[in-house]
Ligand binder design. Sequence first.
Ligand SMILES: [Zn+2]
Ligand SMILES: [Zn+2]
Length: 389
Amino acid sequence: MTVPIAKLSFWGVRGSTPTVDPATWRYGGNTPCLELIAPDGTQFILDCGTGLRMLGNRWAAPSGGKARETHILVTHYHWDHIQGIPFFSPLYVENNEFHFYSFRSKFLGRDSLKQVFEAQMAMPYFPVDMSAMSAKRKFKEVDGGDSLKVGENKITARWLNHPQGCLGFRIETPAGTVAYATDNEPGDAKLDENLRELAAGADIFINDAQFTPEQLETTRRGWGHSSWLEGAKVARQADAKTLVLFHHDPDSTDRMVDAILRQAREQFDSVFAASEGMVVTLGAPGDRVQAHMPGTRTALRREAQFHAKVCGVTEGGKDFEEETMVRDISLQGALISLKHLPRLQSELQVTMEAPGADGVQTMKLRGYVVRIDAGVEKGHSAVGVVFTD
Ligand SMILES: [Zn+2]
Ligand SMILES: [Zn+2]
């Protein structure tokens, strides 16, 4: 018997508006879009932010002409959650079939999401009209409190506290449960309870972490968003296993998200900051939840041979120091072979020795762990870092 495995991919993690500022490069600038492949092969897409374009490009690779069915859950109609739709190439392919789920907005009435499609592609906002979208599209209205079954998976929707309304989704698969709660603000007793219900015992709890706790108490109160501190609190109360901080503020640089993640990890054991390209596996033997970071962002690389001393924090939270060799380097990062298993998204101090004209020169760099793979050497891991300064 094979073990049921679900794969959750993050295609867009930025809130409000896309960013191309180089200081936001590591976590990524595309707006919300997630993909969940359930063990029975059902493909879910959560939200249609600009990350949807990248997902569409990947899947444009030939699929043998076989009709594909995809279930797309849209949390609400704010720009950052719908703006990827016209740029999603699979919508222009006849054999594809899409089932869209979203709520009836009181501002739009019946077939709200269908109207969103038409409005986005109306003249003069977009050069191509709706008739070019030849994929089959079916629209289903869901309301807070509704549950439905897709394949072997159960989906539950709950209202969250956000201007003009937002749905949170809980998807229970045979490999584990994902709770997706973007765009929500704490402070409404009933809706706070909804959030805890969505997150109850979830393997992955994805929560809005746009603001700092200070901002949430002062200048950003009432804006409809949450903080890492609230996420950690709800994760503890609801007994969620892993918290993912999501919907990063467009003004939050990578260094600011690093700091937010560090603080959250002091409050809750298992936390990641959502990062574009991050893939989380549920149900694999061993760890309940395994996270992998993108390999696609690596720049031009060169093989090298540098002695290095590496200091960091292990998966179990212990400090370590280790001498090793750096064998692969680019201007942005390096691949380092380590016996210790550092924590993903933690910081490493890398001191490299390079032969110079006046003897050995040392180079001190701060690395941020973006990936961990089985290494070529036995008992070692290949640890990918991005240099942050
Ligand atoms: Zn949003
Ligand atoms: Zn919103």
